[in-house]
Design a protein around this ligand. Structure first.
Ligand code: PLP
Length: 393
């Protein structure tokens, strides 16, 4: 009587979560100072002061409905208007509140959009390796299939020839994520223009739109003034899944949104289907307190100081030791080639030294490991001698 698919998902934890839980267990035994946990993308920087003030203000205003009440299923008009105004200003677009659906983080946004675009069990979605492993869960959870484009390990852009081979009449959407988890790379304007051209041509040939689902939890986490193209400005059939988990350091609060621009084919029906999919999964009415915080703070910029320090420290040290990796443009991950060529083995050997890094096979790239550097800088400094030893593994 138990659903086998869900039983499997509930018992086989993601390897990232598995490692994170292992780290917590190990810390209890040998002390947290002796465990170097680079597994999870849990922001180490506290939320910006403006966000913390907004929490205080809202709580002191003592309006129980604004804090604890239900909002409309799609989110309060106040928060949706604030978000629409903010992206209009930043990206020169013309979004309106009724194109925004507030969600419980990017995960709920993605599940709702994937559900909305899964016409039947034949529907296919395409991800670009390296990719966030939960995409497979989200897509298969909706009864559809995930196809994966092999990674371009030269510069971690998109191999369009390989992508083209995976597109067919069953393809609903291509999921992209830039700045990317785990590579830290931003897809360049050239990549996005070429991707748009390819998808326009193939949509025409196939006879229906191939949507882009742009998963953007790391949009604001960018270094060295790298330009992050706003995809709806290049490709009409783009749906945005945004999250405040990383940009405002609020991952446990579960807040983000879906944006279905009016340029999307059948945009009103797509929005309604997103609302319907969210409803069917119980993702209605994201936390009211957080919606109120976002209404006041959606323009707030993240504090990148610690991540910048960590990125320089880790990248410089690891490349000096002889590791091969691309310098991240954004997010807070370093994707490093395992010196032995086998990421799973490297991750196991590192674990013996209490260094927890995620093997890249979870992300569709077997030779690389992900090091999450949204951690205490001191922990990185203390872990460096171990990384130096591990180059010879
Ligand atoms: N997409 C990517 C690429 C992520 O890295 C994450 C979280 O780590 C998510 C989506 C889910 O984000 P959220 O916490 O907003 O659900």
């Amino acid at each position: 009587m138990i659903n086998k698919k869900y039983l499997h998902l509930g018992t086989e934890r993601s390897s990232i979560r598995e490692l994170f839980e292992y780290g917590k267990m190990k810390a209890e035994i040998i002390g947290s100072e002796n465990v170097f946990d680079f597994s999870l993308g849990n922001p180490s920087t506290p939320p910006p002061a403006k966000v913390m003030r907004a929490f205080d203000e809202i709580l002191s205003e003592n309006d129980p409905m604004a804090i604890h009440g239900y909002t409309s299923a799609q989110g309060s008009i106040k928060a949706r208007t604030a978000i629409a105004n903010s992206i209009n200003k930043r990206f020169g677009i013309n979004a309106s509140a009724d194109e925004i659906y507030i969600s419980c983080g990017a995960a709920a946004a993605l599940c709702s959009v994937i559900g909305a675009l899964s016409e039947n069990s034949d529907s296919e979605f395409v991800a670009i390796a390296p990719y966030f492993p939960e995409y497979k869960v989200f897509v298969e959870g909706q009864g559809a299939t995930l196809k994966v484009v092999d990674a371009d390990t030269e510069d971690f852009q998109i191999d369009l020839e390989k992508l083209s081979l995976l597109l067919n009449e069953k393809t609903s959407a291509v999921i992209i994520n830039s700045p990317n988890n785990p590579s830290g790379r931003v897809y360049s304007e050239k990549t996005i223009k070429n991707l748009s051209k390819l998808l326009k041509e193939r949509s025409k040939e196939i006879g229906h739109p191939i949507y882009i689902i742009s998963d953007e939890p790391y949009r604001e986490l960018v270094y060295d003034d790298v330009f992050v193209p706003y995809i709806p400005n290049y490709y009409d059939d783009t749906i945005i899944c945004y999250s405040y988990s990383k940009s405002l350091s609020l991952p446990g609060e579960r807040i983000g949104y879906v944006y279905v621009p009016s340029s999307v084919s059948q945009s009103k029906s797509v929005y309604a289907a997103v609302a319907g999919a969210a409803r069917s999964m119980g993702y209605v009415c994201a936390p009211s307190l957080l919606q109120e915080v976002i209404a006041r703070c959606c323009d707030t910029e993240p504090n990148l100081d610690d991540y910048k320090t960590n990125r320089e420290l880790l990248y410089n040290a690891l490349t000096e030791y002889g590791y091969d990796c691309v310098k991240p443009d954004g997010a807070f991950y370093l994707f490093v080639k395992a010196p032995c060529g086998d990421a799973k083995r490297f991750s196991e050997i590192a674990k013996e030294k209490n260094i927890l890094v995620v093997s890249g096979d979870s992300f569709g790239v077997k030779e690389y490991v992900r090091i999450s550097y949204c951690v205490n800088t001191d922990m990185i400094k203390r872990a460096l001698p171990y990384f130096k030893e591990l180059i010879n593994c």
